[in-house]
Design a binder for this molecule. Structure first.
Ligand SMILES: [Zn+2]
Length: 181
């Protein structure tokens, strides 16, 4: 479904390096289906809190949930993967082909609202401390096929390397820094 589509990186690469703290099929949360969503092909980009998050692809804002207060900085997956009714702050953008981009661990400052059209590269939110942020500030990005609720593999313009966690780990490319961004 995502065949041939390339996404922009969801932050300004002139200001921030690409630092992946958890790749696709990663061991903390990207190996699993949440009760409603498959996280397999998600990618976590390490970024300082307050970084401008950019739309990776044009579309319409389906959901802009920026009022959540829950966050968890620990490392226990039983806690981090089970937030109950609490949730990460997130924005969901529906693309022309029906797929949906999810941007999570956002801050509470509204930048775009529901039903708003956004262009690729447009600022949609600021990164923040919401959801299971663990120890490394990051944003979580994934694309979902709404017919199956499965995540789909993505490719980013200007990022020619693998997004697979184990591949990145073997080549020493998983970012393990903490507040030293
Ligand atoms: Zn993630």
């Amino acid at each position: 479904m995502a065949g041939g589509v390339e996404y922009s990186l969801p932050f300004d690469v002139a200001k921030h390096q690409v630092r992946i703290s958890q790749g696709s099929r990663g061991p903390w949360s990207h190996f699993r289906h949440s009760p409603t969503l498959d996280l397999t092909y998600a990618v976590d980009f390490a970024l300082p809190f307050g970084t401008e998050v950019l739309a990776a692809r044009a579309g319409v804002v389906l959901l802009a949930l920026l009022t959540g207060k829950w966050f968890y900085e620990g490392l226990d997956p039983e806690v981090g993967n089970n937030p109950g009714r609490n949730f990460t702050n997130q924005i969901v953008i529906e693309h022309k082909d029906g797929t949906r981009g999810y941007y999570s661990h956002l801050g509470g400052t509204p930048v775009v609202g529901g039903h708003q059209m956004v262009a690729a590269g447009e600022v949609i939110a600021l990164s923040g401390r919401s959801g299971w942020v663990a120890k490394i500030p990051h944003i979580h990005f994934q694309v979902i096929d709404p017919d199956t609720f499965l995540s789909v593999p993505v490719a980013f313009v200007g990022y020619p390397w693998s997004l697979d966690h184990q591949t990145l780990l073997k080549s020493g490319q998983i970012w393990t820094g903490e507040e030293t961004l």
